[in-house]
Structure formats: C-alpha cells, structure tokens
Ligand binder design. Structure first.
Ligand SMILES: C[S@@+](CC[C@H](N)C(=O)[O-])C[C@H]1O[C@@H](n2cnc3c(N)ncnc32)[C@H](O)[C@@H]1O
Length: 137
C-alpha cells in the first residue's frame, strides 16, 4: 500500500509548477480593508506564494509570513524581489509556530486551510500575539 502524500508534499507539488496558483494580486477582502490595518508589523499565516504579504509590504508594512510549503515560500521571496519589497517569509507549520506575545499590529489569515483543532489553537495564539487594538484579517 502506498502512503498518501502529506499536506506539505501536496502543497509543494501545487506551488512547484510555473506561475502563481492564486495569482500575484492580493485577496479582494484584504485589498478593500487594508486601510483599517494599524501601522506596524504584520504576520501573514499560511501565506502560500506571497500575494498578500507582498501587497502589504508595498503599502509600507513590515511583513512576515509563514507557510507549510517551502515551494510557496520560495515563490513569496521571488515575488517580493520582483516587486522590490521585503517579506520575512519562513517555512512553518501553524500547528506549532510561535507567534509571540503582544507583537503584531495585524495578523492576516486568508484561506488558511488547516484542520479544525489546529485552527482553534491558532486562533488562541493569535489573540495573544496581537498588540492591544491589533486586527485579525
Ligand atoms: C488555499 S492556500 C492560501 C494561500 C494564501 N493565503 C493566499 O491567499 O493566496 C492554503 C495555504 O495553507 C497552507 N497550509 C496548509 N496547512 C498549513 C499548516 N499546517 N501550516 C502552515 N500553512 C499551511 C498551504 O501550504 C497553502 O499555502
């Protein structure tokens, strides 16, 4: 019997092909609400190939991102370089990534597809990781 591919392997395969699976423009909800994000540092969760992080960096935010897929992080860094912005993009699993405490002015979570138990735990950590008045988008 063959083992099923892990979620990481599946996302690496999807993101490893040419181009950007979800395009290079930001999510519409984020684009329409960017004005309400407080200034400061932003963390983008499950950021995929970087479209949202690069958009925010272009708006002057100091942006970090995490994703399970190394292929996605490579694309994030390539898109940031092409647009002349900086994104601190790293490979991490939302199940155990340390988001810190009282750190981010906003945390962006667009289509972060994780199992319900992981999602509930991430949301608890998000609450701790935002500064007072910070925003989850
Ligand atoms: C539908 S894509 C969304 C990508 C991006 N947020 C966007 O809007 O273009 C889902 C993303 O979740 C990531 N992901 C899935 N499980 C994850 C986990 N446990 N930890 C971190 N990222 C994860 C995948 O690698 C993929 O990039």
């Amino acid at each position: 019997m063959t083992a099923s591919p892990t979620p990481r392997a599946q996302w690496d395969e999807r993101f490893g092909s040419d181009g950007y699976l979800y395009g290079t423009e930001p999510n519409d909800f984020l684009r329409h609400h960017v004005e309400v994000l407080p200034p400061g540092q932003i963390m983008c969760l499950a950021e995929g190939q970087g479209r949202n992080a690069v958009f925010l960096a272009g708006r002057g935010y100091e942006v970090s991102s995490v994703d399970l897929s190394a292929a996605g992080v490579d694309k994030t860094l390539a898109l940031a370089e092409a647009r002349g912005v900086t994104v601190n993009a790293t490979v991490a699993d939302l199940a155990d990534v340390d988001l810190g405490t009282n750190r981010w002015s906003a945390i962006v979570s667009i289509f972060a597809h994780v199992p319900p138990a992981v999602r509930a735990d991430v949301h608890r950590r998000v609450a701790d990781a935002l500064i007072p008045g910070g925003c989850l988008c």
